[in-house]
Write a protein that binds this ligand. Structure first.
Ligand code: PRP
Ligand code: MN
Ligand code: MG
Length: 200
């Protein structure tokens, strides 16, 4: 844990090494399911960038050993709804690529976390207009909460970790833009929440 975050974290929930191991297995599942038809990996910024790069690195490594590799293209979309540890409920598309070229493609959405599921619900709805051939979702984490089941009841196609209902940061997950520069997934404590709060 870097010095500037000392005292603001409750504990390490998922060490970076374990994340790498799980990604290895997910990559195998994904490559098998998408076969050799090709895939557009759509990164949901900002939180998705670490999982996205590590997952794609694994798939690229596998590709270099395969007789029929999986052709890969990448796209980016930027969505945001969280202020402090609460979803504002207003999910904004605030940038990214033009997604016109997703038409007829097999798309894999790569996201860091599905909590209430609202962001993913909004994104899947947003993607409908682009007429993809297939859309699947890989999320590093899913929160084990009644909220999600109550609100949209959504489950991703590929998930690395199911997590308890605590506010987590690190490995590109943020609290008001802090903690993305942590290698592990951690639970932020009350000191951290106060220190970096926007809404006072
Ligand atoms: C976070 C996270 C997911 C979403 C999950 O993004 O990265 O995209 O919230 O929450 P939900 O299932 O309750 O909708 P955020 O809005 O914080 O933007 P960021 O990725 O730029 O941090
Ligand atoms: Mn996000
Ligand atoms: Mg965030």
């Amino acid at each position: 844990i870097p010095n500037h975050y000392q005292g603001t974290l409750d504990r390490i929930l998922i060490p970076g090494g374990l994340i790498k191991d799980r990604i290895e297995r997910l990559a195998q599942d994904i490559v098998r399911d998408f076969s050799s038809e090709g895939m557009v990996a759509l990164c949901v910024l900002k939180g998705g960038y670490k999982f996205f790069t590590d997952l794609l690195d694994r798939i690229k490594q596998m590709n270099s050993h395969m007789e029929r590799p999986l052709p890969l293209a990448v796209d980016f979309i930027r969505l945001r709804s969280y202020v402090d540890d609460q979803s504002s409920g207003k999910i904004e598309v605030i940038g990214g690529d033009s997604l016109e070229n997703l038409k007829g493609k097999n798309v894999l959405i790569v996201e860091d976390i599905v909590d209430t599921g609202r962001t993913m619900e909004r994104l899947l709805d947003h993607l409908k207009q682009f007429e993809c051939k297939m859309v699947k979702v890989a999320s590093l984490c899913v929160k084990r909460t009644v909220r999600r089941t109550a609100i949209v009841g959504y489950r991703p196609d590929y998930t690395a970790f199911e997590l308890p209902d605590e506010f987590i940061v690190g490995y590109a997950l943020d609290y008001n833009e802090m903690y993305r520069d942590l290698n592990h997934v951690c639970v932020v404590n009350e000191v951290g929440k106060k220190k970096y709060a926007v809404q006072k």
